[in-house]
Design a protein around this ligand. Structure first.
Ligand code: 15L
Length: 271
């Protein structure tokens, strides 16, 4: 990571701390704050030095009011992060988001970095290059809930001056798992760079940016979010030969191969 830390927070809150990305960001974010408050809805171990652990159910307003107290900024990874039945999505990603923003407003939190998702626009085709300003095309209830979260963030900026950067995260993994991820992949180091840029950019209002590394073939054009100052330094290109050898053919009649959202576009139950 960059040697100069541009800003140090007194208390930073990381929600979803027990999840896949939360575990990766926990030690990285600790470098930028005096106290890192960690939260998830189930127990995930004790706090380390410079950490606080507070369990919270996003759908419980009183939990969120307690969680946001004394916090300068939030990195919100909490909630449902895959396609699921509507009920858990409603509780965590809709009710939970309203609870988070209301608590943040009441405690005068300055900024939220919201883990939105590329599934807000998953029904665009892979031969289209879109920007954060193109209309949303969610690929399921999960993507739809993230679109709601972005709209909520816009409302709280317009009405209450609470800043948000909504990160439409692509695929943040150690390496790309398939052909689609050659376009959507974001290394963990670039994920840290993106979150840090979103936390520290001087003026963001409500900004939306796609989370990807400096990949060769991409679905997304982030130029309208250049003010966030995110400079990816990794690329999926070094994995291309291996991934393409593993998956030599593309079925161009298969929506999961054609659409940007990949497998998400057919997941979920609609009976
Ligand atoms: C997401 O939003 C998911 O949280 C994650 O599990 C990945 O599947 C990612 O999108 C993706 O599109 O690869």
């Amino acid at each position: 990571m960059d040697p100069v830390t541009p800003l140090r927070f007194a208390r930073l809150l990381l929600t979803g701390a027990a999840g896949h990305l939360g575990r990766e960001l926990r030690p990285r974010l600790a470098r930028y704050c005096d106290v890192l408050r960690l939260s998830d809805h189930h127990a995930f171990g004790a706090a380390g030095p410079g950490e606080e652990v507070m369990l919270a159910e996003l759908a419980d307003k009183s939990h969120l009011l307690a969680l946001l107290e004394g916090v300068d900024a939030v990195v919100h990874l909490g909630g449902v992060s895959t396609e699921q039945p509507w009920e858990p999505i409603l509780a965590a990603n809709i009710v939970g988001m309203v609870n988070l923003y209301e608590a943040a407003r009441r405690h005068r939190v300055r900024r939220i970095v919201f883990a939105s998702s590329n599934h807000v626009t998953g029904f665009y085709r892979q031969d289209q290059v879109i920007t954060p300003r193109d209309p949303v095309r969610p690929d399921g209830f999960y993507g739809l809930s993230k679109a709601f979260g972005e709209n909520l963030a816009q409302l709280y900026w317009d009405r209450h001056g609470l800043e948000t950067v909504s990160l439409r995260i692509g695929s943040s993994y150690a390496e790309p798992k398939d052909r689609r991820m050659l376009s959507t992949w974001m290394s963990f180091d670039d994920t840290e760079r993106l979150v840090l840029a979103a936390l520290t950019a001087p003026i963001v209002g409500h900004s939306v940016i796609y989370g990807m590394s400096d990949n060769g073939r991409v679905f997304w054009d982030n130029r309208c979010a250049a003010h966030v100052g995110y400079r990816p330094q990794d690329s999926s290109e070094r994995f291309r030969a291996t991934v393409e050898a593993r998956q030599p053919r593309i079925d161009t009649t298969d929506p999961t191969a054609i659409c940007q959202g990949g497998a998400f576009v057919t997941q979920g139950r609609y009976d």
